[in-house]
Design a binder for this molecule. Sequence first.
Ligand SMILES: Cc1ncc(COP(=O)(O)O)c(C=O)c1O
Length: 479
Amino acid sequence: MTTDSATGAAPSQARQKPLIRDEKKRDSKTIARSYHLPPTTNLSTHDITGPTLHVQKGNGIYIYDDEGKEYIEGMSGLWNVSLGFSEKRLVEAATKQLNELPYYHLFSAKAHDPAIDLAEGLIKIAPWASKVFFANSGSEANDTVVKMVWYYNNALDRPKKKKIFSRIKAYHGIAVGSGSLTGIPKNHADFDLPIKNIYHTSCPHYYRYGREGESEEEYATRLAEEFEKMVVEQGGAEECAAFIAEPVLGAGGVIVPPKTYYAKMQAIVKKYDMLWIDDEVICGFGRLGDMWGAETLDIKPDILVSSKAISNAYLPLSCVMVADNVYQVLVTQSKKHGVFAHGFTGSGHPVACAVALEVLKIYEERAIVQHVKDVVPHFWEKLKTFEGHPLVGEVRGIGLIAALECVKDKATKEAFDAGLGVGAKVAEFAQTHGLIVRNLGDSIALCPPLIITEAQIDELLSRLSKALDDTLEWVKAKR
Ligand SMILES: Cc1ncc(COP(=O)(O)O)c(C=O)c1O
């Protein structure tokens, strides 16, 4: 009989001993604290407490921690797992592709089926675009966009036309170009961002920044006028190249711009011959109730960026879709240089593309966008009842993305002292009640998997309600 080399026991006996697993469990916090530098985390807290949640597995809209506790993933991970955590068809598509062609690049006009078929599939659902460029993350895609805008204007012999406008509270990623487009101070502080030629215009949040007695439309006019003034101050058509916007600002607080805003902003972008860059990394793939946020909010992009739900987040993938007017200019410039000298080793990775192709098939076969349209009225009917909660100042959002903003005084909209961490407390209590939400300051974001049912929406909101009640008690005790 063979024996286990470490314990000298028979293999079956060794297997029965939960030695390795138990040790791992006992040590996982220490291991994490000792070796891992986690993204977007307070490192000093992590050094002391370790991870806040150790996730072991997922099923549908649920995840489970290392103790087996179930949570509804109210954020679809990072706004991305739209089809849930156990989509076997995606696993099979990845496995098949790994067996067939696990990797090949696309430099120097190489091609493989997953990338070209996905490019075709994406243009079918975004017919205004003519070409697709692949990258691996939203940040890479938006860095690509910054470079494309500059390259495009150099090609047109407009060397001064390089300024790109984003918005305060926008989130477009974290690399050098995309991180500069992001308009959240913490993402800039001490990273020496933003780089030059990037500007941020006002955040279009009516509840927070609309004036007393000002209608949404008037507020939108004011924002558009402010933007135009900024464009003129920065050299107008000669120097201003592009405007980038998420249809709904996601990580900045789930902010739906006021009525008429996009029509007014698009008029200015057109007037100064700038490009409209539509960052649909969160809003695309049905999140707002149509395939693209641009459809829901009537935006006409020149360039569209997608990621996250494109591969259901099972593998990293992003893309930049360009309209033909932009593409033809890139062609001219690449002819001049002999190459469009931009690309990533992982651009159009065959396994990620194979997964994304299967995602597209699932969206069509299961009519995912229609499902969103079907459950959205129920979601909003229930969610609006939270307006009556003593802690909630605003319930905002559209489709299956929302935020509840916690305030100290509902009548005056006075915010809590940021140091109190009310939003973080809601997220903490929610976790205790088996719900994952994300606090963006004191706004609590919800972005559930698109496959969520009405019964699951009820369960999600019931857990959220408990978390808000607990937080209210906690706030009262603090006072
Ligand atoms: C709108 C938007 N753009 C870009 C990004 C950056 O994507 P990534 O984190 O994949 O770099 C994000 C990430 O959340 C996003 O929400």
